[in-house]
Design a protein around this ligand. Sequence first.
Ligand code: SF4
Length: 612
Amino acid sequence: MTRYGGYYGKLLRVNLTTGKIKEESLPEGLAENYIGGRGISSKLLMDEIEAGIDPLGSENKIIFITGPLTGTVVPTTSRLCISAKSPLTNLIGCGFSGGYFGPELKFCGWDGIVIEGKSDKPVYIKVNDDKVQIEDATHLWGKDTFETEDVIKKELGDKRVQVACIGQAGENQVRFACVVHDGHFLVGRRGMGAVMGSKNLKALVVKGTKGIHVASSPDKIWQVYDEILDIMAKNPVVEIFHDHGTASSVALVNELGFMPTRNFQSGFFEKISTVDEKAYFELSLKPFSCWGCPVYCRRYLKGKKVTFSRPEHQTTFALGSLLENADTEEVIRANLLCNRLGLDSISTGGTIAFAMECYQRKILSQKDTDGLALTWGNSQVINELIEMIALRKGFGDILAEGSLRAAQKIGRDSEKYAMQVKGLEVPGYDPRGAKGIGLNYATAPRGADHNDGWTIAEELYVEGVDRLTLEGKGKLTMEIQDKSKAIDSAIFCMFALDFGYTLDFISTSITAITGMKMSPEKILKIGERISNLERLFALREGYRGKKDDTMPSRFIQEELPLGASKGQRLDLETLLRDYYRQRGWDEKGFPTERKLKELGLESYFYLVKSGR
Ligand code: SF4
């Protein structure tokens, strides 16, 4: 038993090759130096898997893990982290979901579950407190995520179990297949669903009855609770999120001219009013929330053709403006299809947009695409492609590899239309219109992920921060990246950045729950340690520092042609120089020995020496 509150001090290890199940103590020092969630899983992956392994081979491990705050009364902490080496990027693949799974896993009495090896037939893992069983899932193989969850609940005769499962995309090892829980909550990016599929693991099912020991008195914990409600009450963003969720930024980003349109050929979508927050709100049924969260930022929508939850900003861009898909209900339908089949909507949209631009430029013809005319805005073709990708059918098999690998296969100079960084498709803010997010895409240790350093929280919403200037963006990006790593480790919902959770507040909550003295400086230092550790993981996988901190040439060479950011390009060279200096890395983007010593990571310095 750990001496800290919020932890059980133990990990469950399940080997699918041998069927062996065992309990292990949480290694010494992990809670203090990495907190939980992202921090601990990245450290375990760094130390437990060999460099260069095949992410879809049995040597990869997949970790389901929570943080010390998960399952406590502290609002917005219902998160689940799933991590493995990513089959899309070869980097740390961690992703997060809200919903109910994280707290339920915690109530089983485990801080995390490490799954290794590969089953010789489809299985699912059932965890009921200390009772852990590997169950046959042959009858579930081929079912989508909605059916899978329904069948499991029916068979167990228990609607209260929580299920995280894969659909056909994960089974077929689509490199951007996701893990889905409760139909609406996804660990989306980087192919954690494909890793489950590669292990013949259809689902993880949890139900727990244990309580969580916390370090402080009930009065202190309720004080933290009240403080969070006070922060939320004072912040108008919370009400906006309640009404419109992340889709609240769609019209604004478009108005400012950096809403990616037609595969980033433009930052302004003329038909945005059919897929923005107001269009969704007209279909509003009722809001819903993650476990224990008072925000209720999710919403069910009911249209004439489809009923499902409201697409996020990122899905609206990826399945809407990026493809010039201007039909509200068709965007909702495409989102529903992705969730059922178990596909990440950003990479799905990004890869289809790549194919459509290749078609526009006559690099691809109907001969290459099984007869499909890949014209912009054709929602029928979009839906067909989504299914073909998930089933790896015909041309879909090429796209199932992600835009970078698809471009390498297609050749004919198509790579410049693959809008990705380190293999991960670029999210829904054109970096020419917000320089900090561009710097984050280029340097984030998971590839182009907005959540690695969501500078938009400041570039869009904080007075005095100029989204178009280069000045100060190195420091801003680094600090938000490090703060995000701590948020991902506690684990808070990433919207904490929008709601104005300060480092002081994060420090108060972690200290109250765990009893560890976590000053704001210490938390930021832990975030910096995780950022550097994940950078070292990338070096170990063959990424070469600055040489690979690149962006698609379109962002650097082509000006945005329309709207409020017209004429903008990205001066990545200047941004990187500033960023490396702020990080204490050398000019080639490698962490220095001094920096690694300061962070207690000096034992990994050999990776810098061999990577240079
Ligand atoms: S703010 Fe929204 S996404 Fe975050 S925990 Fe609350 S309901 Fe879930």
